[in-house]
Design a binder for this molecule. Sequence first.
Ligand code: PMP
Length: 434
Amino acid sequence: SYQPTDKSTILAGRRAHFGGNLSLTYSDPVMLVRGWKHHLFDEWGRPYLDAYNNVPHVGHAHPRIQAVAADQLRRMNSNTRYLHPAQTSFADKVLSKMPDHLEVCFFVNSGTEANELALRLARAHTGAKGMVTPDHGYHGNTTGVIDVSAYKFNANGGVGPSDWVELVEVADDYRGSYRRDDPNRAQKFADLVDPAIERLQASGHGLAGFIAETFPSVGGQIIPPKGYLPAVYDKIRAAGGICIADEVQTGLGRLGEYYFGFEHQGASPDIVVLGKPIGNGHPLGVLVTTRAIAESFAQGPEFFSTFGGSTLSCRVGTEVLKIVEDEGLQENARLRGTDLITGLKDLKTRHSAIGDVRGMGLFLGVELINADGTEATDICAYVKNRMRDHRILIGSEGPKDNILKIRPPLTIDAEGVAMIIESLDHILTELDAA
Ligand code: PMP
């Protein structure tokens, strides 16, 4: 039977049998053995506020997810080569959230796989290979999508850039080339795509498309200026390419005001990629596209994924989307997100280490800076670890790892929000004194 054991035994076991580039959060790692809604509990039963994890979208250990998974495992579990109503129900549910022109679903097992498939679809439809993508992006861990993930290929020891990928500056209007005081910044960032397309065309790779997280996360919790994505998409389409929106982090109501990030932008993608939260912990990825693109792909060999679209996965995914509706979680994300942003902006007026507060709903970033305005990497690491001492789990992002990332399950309540703001205030006050 499963018995929690001491942390040092687990750490030694990891060192003995796992790869060295599997990273651990916190200088003194946490071991978590139970969860409930936006709470986690360690091996001593001590509670933590989960203000970081987006996979438990509708909350840890949700009873409806437990029930539906147990029910399906008791009946049977198989793949898309046999008919089952769970598969079409899941497709109907996903498509009910999408714009009308997106009509076809592919089910896979992760965000990585869905992005990998997106590249195949773009190539099948255009006959070209080249991709344009913003710098510092992340789309997954396989050979194909690493090549469009500058966050990994440009990292220390990374594989470096590929000749079929053109990077453009990420549309960061706090630190990038065009700032918030420039009313034309969205267009100016979008214009950077023009020379990238030209280079791909000149290289012989041609243009298959553009892939981006609608709101870049590992790049630093960035909300591109409104109008950026539609302007980019227009250019990509005019050059014959496909526009892929990676909504793995931003989709399914997290943004409060919007169900998807592309809605905020007023953009109309050709392919939308969903992952992490859609299974609430069960491995699940979904790609949604147009009939025309799906038909180009269908000219090739059979597409099959053993577990993608399994009866179990489809039932879990459908239940997650229903729970978001039934429990009003998108509205909760809007309300609690507004409280968080208000509280964080108030902290910014009192603590000089906060350079910027940005985000939407429960997708938030707090950029920490030094006295001279440069990225405060050390302060960020300190604050993240101190927050853990206060039993609050948050993350850090950005090319210089100086942006606190707050991205809790959508169940977070007013008490949780107050705890985040008060603890952050306390820690930043300690820093001011030091
Ligand atoms: N896209 C984005 C934006 C992500 O954040 C991630 C995971 N962090 C992925 C894709 C890959 O998803 P997975 O790890 O589930 O394969």
